[in-house]
Design a protein around this ligand. Sequence first.
Ligand code: PSU
Ligand code: MN
Length: 304
Amino acid sequence: MNPTLDIAPEIRSALEAGRPVVALESTIVTHGMPWPDNAAMAGDVEEVIRAAGAVPATVAVLAGRLKIGLSADERDALAREKNALKLSRADLAYAVAEGRTGGTTVAATMIAAHRVGIAVFATGGIGGVHRGAETSFDISADLDELARTPVIVVSAGAKAILDVEKTLEVLETRGVPVVGYRTDALPAFWSRTSPWPAPLRLDSAQAIARFQRARESLGIAGGMLVANPVPAAGEIAFDVMAGHIEKAVGEAQAQGIAGKAVTPFLLARIVELTGGASLKTNIALVKNNAKLAAEIAIALAGGA
Ligand code: PSU
Ligand code: MN
């Protein structure tokens, strides 16, 4: 038995056999969506991955154990947990050492995935450079993790609650490829397009797998960010979101919200401001990312 982590038996045998596995984060469950939508989403996303032919591995820390794969009961309990920590690189091991429970961010989920040999991970959106970072210094640890840990992260692009241009600049500086999937414009989470071009474009899961293999064979460390536009039916237009985002960001600043609390505050406020529409979009885009992540994992496993 590993002293700190538990791999679900199904995931362990898939990894040993080289079958495709997709990691899923859990901060989106503990801090990103309200109950009970978070619980439904967490189960549905696993189903999407199974239906596409891969094994889902939801990552979280439960009472001090780093879990790679949760049972339905564990997922549900986590979704209801009011005292869950939000765990990134800085505090993942703190939760393990102290016997705590928490959701893992993109950064912490990448660490866990790489530790057990999972190469692909699906989420909604990554953390990035926040608006006003020139004074707050609020830059998500997700960006550094992408630079150092070789996991492909499938997202719906950068959320416009961030400073998207600065986020792209940091990713470029740190050598993280940002790949638009079948799009020339960077998707903006709730919206399929944005004013910013995607730095790179690829049109198939196989091409994404080839790109990551080429990076590895050249000895280039680190992960890759895939930006996958939300399906048109679930989209909220960029201009419509812009007003809601301005308002939420203004309120966060006025209320002195800082640090880890910023992203959860903004997401919750935007759900209110859009009358719940942004939550529906968020769920649709996570499922869409899970499907593409499964296809990439299958391509990497040589099955396509
Ligand atoms: N984007 C979402 N929902 C989320 C998050 C991002 O749409 O729940 C979470 C992810 O877990 C991400 C984290 O890694 O927020 C970033 O937080 P911070 O900006 O504090 O690093
Ligand atoms: Mn932050």
